[in-house]
Design a protein around this ligand. Structure first.
Ligand code: BGC
Length: 770
């Protein structure tokens, strides 16, 4: 049985946005961009042998003011939440042979309600693979699908740091460590480029919260060292990789809205990291004209008022220079020429079917490689002692429990990152069809009735309990526990059978407090995409040896996180103590450390030696009896704290010993030097420990680092309240001139308090339960 969608995604939020705009009394006032009328010979800038910069300059010399605005603004009208096509698009200038920029959403597949696409595993799943090569394939596949839909830009990768599991968008982040996030983001940039379209890294910067976003209520205080060492480093990595665009976020840092923030866009992105693409506002994340233009924001999305007629009136008044506007247009056009979207435009259409067997296979491969086996005890059963997983000769019947294994299976999280699968494989389908292959019976209950749960668990050789938890953009969560009934299901199964695996289908860690110690096996599936059930069967039946490792720390309970007191408040009090760094500083032992992940085989690391100023080599042996992949992790130990400095995913045959080379990049070791105002590796000895998690044991060596830097110095320290917002009277003037844009910005903030409704998943009821 396959799942056929019978619901189209609803655009409820778009409708809500539209309705609220009407309530707020805004009137449609989008500027009309009338093209210049003189016939033009486009060949001077349509010549690929000319540099992208020169091509941009040549065409800019021909442009009217309206045409310049057409390049740097979106064309959504006020009764459209995002639209009119894709996530949004610019106008383009036909007269000058310039196509619009058409954005689809990422980061885990084509969003925006599209069908005929692949629902890939979430970005958090990608993080759990610790595999930049796979990240490149993932992004290339998504970009190819975007291209097939006629889009020339993908709003991804998301490279926000996963700071707190209560965050509604936790699943969109690849993890809590800047090296891992930067590595995967940079690889994705390469993947997107390989498909000849543009990628948009998002969301600059320190965007880790939904409630009150895009309003003063989302104001956060983060010190510069923390920004530089944790939140902004991944943006340096994607800039180095040649990312086309960067999206400024709904956050506000110490009074300055991020899309007005000159420190973030001018100083860090362009100055420190040499970014040469274009910046774009998050959707309705722009709040005014002059402050944004001068702070380095090049493009308004998805509407246009701030950067159309009103922009030109600020040029006439001298508040924004004409040169600055030309630079904004230049940044967009040069990148369009550079990326190839002008010379080789996508020819696909929005109704094209762009998924296929190759992409489904990739989705399944990533899903299986990203599931993290957190615990797998050996338990007594009627047929002797067995590890809970994998299915072995002693398992003839599997009791599968939970609506998460059927109608509530979650391949994707919610919000703009939600991807609709046309054809999702539920855990029931995956296990049932795999079981049929070797005569293992799979019996299912959705778990509504606890006596049925007990009976099924008692009569099964192995019990698989699948629990789901939906999280979504636009609203944060007060906790991250399973619901009461779900917890009762788990407890009932545990009472009835020793051999129970709990599968967590969630957007991040779950608080297992009160029963977690009693669950003998836990498998984190996160949001594994449309091939979920088959990938789960691959792991449970042992066809694929688990190799996912936690890209985030899994707390013992939600009360012990470093961010417990500061998630909803203004200050990031933990500073650089994000994730496993904070657990170490506060001497908290989590349930499972960052980097943890079991296999059906075992590995030991017997030795590590320094092989250069930026490399170590570890000797790793597969001590078990089956082939497996492991992630060998190198942590720099400074001030008594471990920080991920390098890693390598490697496959090892049973009994084999291999030398694993791990590169330690300067970007990982660099720390903020207040005096030099730069990220610096001071040079000198650094202890490096090789381990299988941030909290594990392992051999160590001393790296003799040489003095180096990551990025250029940042000349000015941020004086936040004045760094970008500019003159209050001017801000007020901008908002009055663009009331609709301003009210939509406010609505994004309001919406975050009640959240987005869960979009319906593609599923059909289980009808052939044996
Ligand atoms: C999200 C972005 C997304 C945009 C377009 C915003 O709400 O924050 O990540 O790309 O919408 O859908």
């Amino acid at each position: 049985m396959r799942i056929i969608p019978h619901h189209l995604p609803t655009r409820t939020t778009a409708a809500l946005l539209a309705a609220t705009t009407v309530l707020l009394g805004s009137t449609p006032a989008i500027a009309q961009h009338t093209a210049g009328t003189d016939p033009v010979d486009c060949s001077p800038w349509m010549t690929p042998t000319v540099t992208p910069e020169e091509r941009a300059d040549r065409v800019i010399a021909e442009m009217t003011r309206e045409e310049k605005s057409a390049v740097i603004t979106g064309m959504a009208a006020y009764l459209q939440g995002w639209g009119p096509e894709f996530a949004g698009r610019t106008h383009g200038v036909e007269r000058l042979c310039l196509p619009p920029v058409k954005f689809t959403d990422g980061p885990a597949g084509i969003g925006n309600g599209a069908s005929g696409i692949t629902q890939f595993p979430s970005h958090l799943n990608l993080g759990a693979t610790f595999d930049p090569g796979l990240a490149q394939d993932y992004a290339a596949a998504i970009a190819t699908e975007a291209r097939g839909k006629g889009a020339n830009a993908v709003a991804g990768p998301a490279i926000d740091i996963a700071r707190d599991p209560r965050w509604g968008r936790f699943f969109e982040s690849p993890g809590e460590d800047p090296l891992l996030v930067g590595d995967l983001g940079a690889a994705e940039v390469t993947g997107t480029r390989s498909a000849g379209i543009m990628g948009v890294a998002k969301h600059l910067g320190a965007y880790t919260r939904e409630n009150g976003r895009n309003t003063d209520a989302s104001d956060v205080t983060v010190d510069e060292k923390t920004l530089q060492e944790i939140y902004l480093k991944p943006f340096g990595r994607v800039a180095d990789a040649g990312v086309s665009s960067v999206m400024c976020s709904y956050s506000q840092l110490s009074g300055t809205k991020n899309c007005n923030n000159s420190y973030l866009m001018n100083q860090v992105l362009r100055g420190q990291y040499g970014f040469d693409g274009f910046t774009v506002s998050d959707w309705y994340g722009q709040h005014n004209t002059v402050a944004s233009a001068n702070a380095g924001l090049d493009m308004q999305m998805p509407d246009s008022c701030f950067y159309s007629d009103h922009l030109w009136s600020t040029v006439d008044s001298g508040a924004v220079s004409g040169d600055r506007v030309d630079t904004m247009v230049h940044n967009v056009l040069a990148e369009m020429f550079r990326s190839g979207v002008v010379d080789s435009p996508p020819t696909g259409t929005q109704d094209a079917v762009v998924t296929g067997p190759g992409h489904r296979e990739l989705a399944r491969d990533i899903a299986a490689k990203s599931m993290v086996l957190l615990r797998n005890d050996t338990v007594p059963t009627d047929s002797g002692e067995h590890p809970v997983l994998p299915v072995d000769d002693s398992v003839h019947t599997i009791g599968l429990i939970g609506s998460g294994a059927g109608r509530d299976a979650l391949g994707s999280g919610g919000g703009s990152g939600h991807v609709i699968a046309d054809d999702i494989v539920t855990p029931f389908e995956g296990l049932y069809s795999r079981g049929a292959g070797n005569g293992t019976e799979v019996h299912y209950t959705d778990g509504n009735y606890l006596p049925t749960v007990r009976q099924l668990a008692e009569n099964s050789d192995l019990v698989v309990v699948v629990m789901h938890r939906h999280i979504t953009e636009s609203v944060d969560n007060t906790d991250f526990r399973f619901g009461l009934h779900q917890r009762n299901i788990i407890r009932t199964a545990l009472e009835a059978n020793n051999r129970v695996v709990l599968v967590t289908n969630t957007g991040g860690p779950v608080d297992l407090d009160g029963y977690g110690d009693d669950v003998p096996a836990v498998l984190a599936a996160f949001y594994p995409g449309q091939e979920y059930g088959d990938a789960l069967a691959d792991i449970i039946f042992g066809d694929v040896n688990p190799s996912g490792h936690l890209p985030v720390t899994w707390p013992l309970s939600q009360d012990q996180m470093p961010t417990t007191s500061s998630f909803g408040s203004g200050a990031f009090t933990e500073g650089t103590g994000v994730g496993y760094r904070g657990y170490q500083w506060q001497s908290i032992t989590p349930r499972w450390w960052f980097g943890h992940g079991l296999s059906y085989t075992t590995f030991t690391t017997d030795d590590v030696r320094t092989t250069g100023p930026n490399s170590v080599t570890a000797t790793v042996t597969n001590t078990g009896d089956r082939h497996g992949d492991t992630v060998v992790q190198a942590y720099a130990v400074r001030d008594g704290i471990r920080e991920l400095a390098g890693y390598s995913r490697v496959g090892i045959a049973p009994g084999d010993t291999v030398d694993v080379d791990i590169t330690i990049p300067d970007s990982a070791l660099a720390r903020w030097d207040e005096d030099a105002r730069q990220l610096v590796v001071p040079g000198g000895p650094v202890e490096v420990i090789v381990s299988d998690s941030a909290g594990g044991d392992g051999p160590s060596t001393t790296l003799m680092t040489t003095q180096s830097v990551f990025g250029a110095p940042v000349p000015e320290a941020p004086t936040w309240a004045t760094v970008g917002n500019g003159d209050p009277a001017q801000e007020q003037e901008d908002r009055m001139a663009c009331k609709n844009s301003a009210s939509m910005a406010g609505f994004i903030g309001m919406a975050s308090y009640f959240g987005m409704p869960q979009k319906e998943q593609a599923w059909t009821p289980v009808t052939d339960n044996p």
